[in-house]
Design a protein around this ligand. Structure first.
Ligand code: PLP
Length: 409
């Protein structure tokens, strides 16, 4: 930060304040992680300067022979990591990847079957405030009231009734394993494309901690900045048969020049994820989440569906705190960053909610284990239950965060 500090102290101060914030608290947002210094180095590199519309060896600008190497590395590593036939590493985000997937497979007005937002789906899976809900005819499936898990019978019934052109599986706040084979069977029965949006779980998939969607889905969209621990960005995997359609849907249909610094940083992250230590990391993320969910349950904070199979838990706070929003604020005051989240069949509006979502990618990157998860559950419970405990909890949070520093210097 030395150079920035001299040239633009105002912005340098912002960056340092953010580092301070990360180092001084507990980050339990399930969709966040700490990118490695090597990923940050690639992001902050001269590759940001290069225009490279097109694909390696087929660019619309000259001087791309060096950045071509970066993109080829990213593609080769991702293909090895996931066993995918084709990978596009250019989407700027998970949303951009989904936009391109819709564009490649559908026409406006086509019927899509996807998970309802209040049951764990994403905005891009058919919300009315998003392109997906505005331009497509989206039918939503949800989770059962009793088990709070996906109702595959309902998915099949809706598919047979509405004959969607595409079915989307994958979610933003769903703590259980998704049965990709069951979705494939339903998609085949009605002749629909199957899109698996594994934005949240792709890192765990890379490390083998959750089952892969790649053998089942026609198209798999993902983000690189969550458990995968890469730069903020997206990607798409597909069969060889769909490769040209997907590539054209990214560029030139929905994007212009790729962010070559981000593409290089994705390659670095894929390289890190290919190492055995990363598989171990993903196993610990899931183990930590399970222990955290169980410990929260022991504190009277009910995990939706009874627990978790992945990196996150959704907690029902009814009877414990006035709302998810209040709990979020109380935790923030204590230095614990988590997000309010609707629970299935939530009686509260989305800005208020009855629950919070917690995730373990960040704290696991910091090296915390199951003992720390039990303590975090107790700190969350104390904060949420008794706002006057916030000061005391804040102190302990700071000690824990200092013992396991994010970005150790
Ligand atoms: N899809 C799912 C399932 C997600 O959870 C998210 C983000 O959380 C996205 C897509 C969108 O990713 P981005 O924020 O990079 O656009």
């Amino acid at each position: 930060y030395g150079l920035l500090l001299r040239q633009d102290p105002e912005m340098a101060e912002v960056l340092l304040a953010e580092l301070e914030r990360l180092r001084g608290g507990l980050q339990l947002i399930a969709s966040e992680n700490f990118a490695s210094p090597a990923v940050l180095a690639a992001l902050g590199s001269v590759l940001t300067d290069k225009y490279a519309e097109g694909y390696p060896g087929r660019r619309y600008y000259s001087g791309c022979e060096v950045v071509d190497r970066a993109e080829r590395l990213a593609i080769d590593r991702a293909r090895r990591l996931f066993g995918a036939e084709h990978v596009n590493v250019q989407p700027h985000s998970g949303t951009s990847a989904n936009l391109a997937a819709y564009a490649a497979l559908l026409r406006p007005g086509d019927v899509v079957l996807a998970m309802a937002l209040p049951h764990g789906g994403h905005l891009t899976h058919g919300s009315r405030v998003n392109f997906s809900g505005r331009w497509f005819d989206v039918v939503a499936y949800g989770v059962r009231r009793d088990t709070e898990t996906i109702d595959y019978d309902e998915v099949r019934d809706l598919a047979l009734r509405h004959r969607p052109k595409m079915i989307i599986c994958g979610a933003t706040s769903y703590p259980r394993t998704i049965d990709f084979a069951a979705f494939r069977g339903i998609a085949d029965e009605v002749g629909a494309w199957l899109l698996a949006d594994v934005a949240h779980t792709v890192g765990l998939m890379a490390g083998g901690a959750v089952p892969s969607a790649v053998p089942y889905a026609d198209v798999v969209t993902f983000t690189t900045h969550k458990a995968l621990r890469g730069p903020r960005g997206g990607g798409i995997m597909c069969t060889e048969e769909l490769a040209a359609r997907i590539d054209r849907a990214v560029f030139p249909f929905t994007q212009g020049g790729p962010l070559m610094n981000a593409v290089a940083a994705k390659a670095v992250a894929f390289g890190e994820a290919l190492r055995p230590e990363f598989a171990d990391y993903t196993r610990r993320v899931v183990e930590n989440a399970r222990v955290l969910a169980d410990a929260l349950a022991a504190e009277g904070m009910r995990p939706v569906s009874g627990g978790t199979d992945n990196h996150l838990a959704l907690v029902d706070l009814r009877g414990i705190a006035p709302s998810g929003a209040v709990a979020e604020q109380r935790c923030a005051d204590a230095g614990i960053t988590l997000n309010r989240n609707a629970i299935p069949y939530d009686p509260e509006p989305p800005t208020v909610t009855s629950g919070v979502r917690v995730g373990t990618p960040c704290v696991t990157t910091q090296g915390m284990g199951t003992e720390e998860m039990k303590e975090i559950a107790s700190l969350v419970a104390r904060t949420v239950r008794a706002p006057d405990a916030v000061g005391e909890v804040r102190e302990r949070v700071r000690e824990l965060a200092t013992a396991y520093p994010a970005y150790p210097s």
